[in-house]
Design a protein around this ligand. Structure first.
Ligand code: PNW
Length: 464
């Protein structure tokens, strides 16, 4: 077998997010977030579970950094809990204990040769902003977010050189405001487009603050992480080919076209009428070119067909949110292997998506900021032999490596996730980690996939 080498300086990382791992939900002056509230509503989360303790990373961060060091990653992507820094979401009150927590974590990472990749927003909006201001539905939030971002740049930007403004605005908009399965739990067919609009403006304003006040002296990079799964036409009929294209435009181009081209995709403009807000000339100027790299979270592939005008509802917690606006029906090939999320394992879809993005956005530097899978891990004799996850990562990394050879500028790969954690509406029932977490004792155990991943990183190549 030919050695599958990665380019020099390839970014090898793992990823997590604040609400999913930290716990310490009200420790040391932290304000509540919409996820602290949403998890209290009976019926919303698997077995009523919450992130109150999660992996207790808030207290075990030193141990976690040591595990990362053993893994050999050169990057770690984590998110800042906005309400740990600003308890009511505004910069009127800064919580020094929150600043100290992230500051120490950043120092510890750097002391161990690991570059922090910091996400500013991974869904845990300060509850005060939701209750008092209507969260992402209020245009004011763009400035509020930019103020919060400035506090982070000011305190951490001397050491953090990689910033991600938003994690998966599609999920925030569609699952939070469309299907209502994630916080704040709203259901609507217009609010997702409004929330998305304000998310984009929040990103643009935070980037403006960074570029004007911090980047010139601190010299880091900033971008956004979008989730996108591949959409393969069900048949080669022009209608299905167009349906797959529409599905991708409603998925990722919704957020990436404004950033790279300064406008929404034409098919959204044509189909949504007044439900799609408009950008002013000034906003377009702010948005266009507002990312130094393309952050991609990628998990699966689905087949897309034209619905022929038949009304189809978006499948809950699936990948077809707002399908009714797209006239697209999604399905899986029954031959595909499924993970515990019922997401299909289709590495060639990753390849096709990377090429699609490279073509549409003029071959930008891309970082895969999430990829991984939930599998039925079993702890046996103190070990987890997760060959299924290992094969998953191997197959996707092989696709990535080939795509790089074909000229796509893929600069890094971050495995989701560093450890098992609170998987949103699925609670602790879905394990994505390469470290097993015993949620009784909070002990962490490297799985077979972690041992294998460390060899890949050391070799800078895919190994057996
Ligand atoms: C991403 N969907 O979430 C998130 O960034 C992580 O926090 C999460 O743990 C991970 O993927 C695994 O789920 C998604 O329904 C959640 O399409 C749901 C969807 C996509 C991404």
């Amino acid at each position: 077998m030919a050695t599958k080498n990665f380019p020099p300086n390839f970014v090898w990382g793992t990823a997590t997010s604040s609400y999913q791992i930290e716990g310490g939900w009200n420790a040391d002056g932290k304000g509540p977030s919409i996820w602290d509230a949403f998890t209290q509503i009976p019926g919303r989360i698997h077995e009523g579970e919450t992130g109150d303790v999660a992996c207790d990373h808030y207290n075990r961060w030193r141990e976690d950094v040591q595990l990362m060091k053993q893994l050999g990653v050169n990057a770690y992507r984590f998110s800042i809990a906005w309400s740990r820094i600003l308890p009511d979401g505004t910069s009127n009150q800064v919580n020094q204990a929150g600043i100290d927590f992230y500051s120490q974590l950043i120092d510890e990472l750097l002391a161990n040769g690991i570059q922090p990749w910091v996400t500013l927003y991974h869904w845990d909006l300060p509850l005060a902003l939701e209750m008092e201001k209507d969260g992402w539905l209020n245009p004011e939030i763009a400035d509020t977010f930019a103020d919060y971002a400035a506090v982070c740049f000011e305190h951490f930007g001397d050491r953090v050189k990689n910033w991600i403004t938003l994690n998966e605005p599609w999920v925030v908009a569609v699952l939070g405001y469309g299907q209502g399965v994630f916080a704040p739990g709203r259901t609507s067919n217009s609010e997702p487009y409004l929330a998305a609009h304000h998310l984009l403006l929040a990103h643009a304003k935070a980037v403006q603050v960074y570029r004007s006040r911090f980047q010139p002296t601190q010299g880091g990079q900033i971008g956004m992480s979008n989730n996108c799964d591949w959409r393969e036409p069900l048949t080669d009929s022009p209608a299905d080919v167009e349906a797959a294209q529409r599905a991708l435009e409603f998925f990722v181009a919704w957020f990436a076209d404004p950033v790279y081209h300064g406008r929404y995709p034409q098919c959204m403009i044509d189909r949504l009428g007044d439900r799609l807000p408009k950008f002013s000339e000034e906003e377009i100027a702010l948005l266009k070119g507002s990312s130094d790299f393309f952050g991609l979270n990628h998990y699966t592939t689905m087949l897309a067909a034209d619905s022929g005008g038949e009304v189809v509802q978006g499948n809950v917690y699936g990948n077809g949110g707002l399908s009714e606006d797209q006239d697209v029906v999604l399905q899986q090939d029954p031959a595909w292997e499924l993970t515990k999320m019922q997401w299909a394992v289709v590495p060639w879809g990753c390849k096709k998506l990377l090429h699609w993005l490279a073509d549409r956005y003029d071959n930008p530097p891309i970082i895969i900021t999430e990829n991984g899978g939930a599998f039925p891990d079993e702890l046996k004799d103190g070990q987890v032999d997760d060959q299924d996850r290992l094969q998953f990562v191997k197959s996707y990394l092989t696709a990535c490596q080939e795509t790089i050879e074909e000229g796509v500028q893929l600069r890094g790969y971050m495995l989701w996730s560093f450890m098992d954690n609170f998987e949103w509406a699925s609670g602790y029932s879905k394990r994505f980690g390469i470290h097993y977490v015993d949620f009784e004792t909070l002990e962490r155990i490297p799985k077979a996939s972690a041992v294998w991943y460390s060899k890949v990183i050391a070799a800078n190549a895919i190994v057996d």
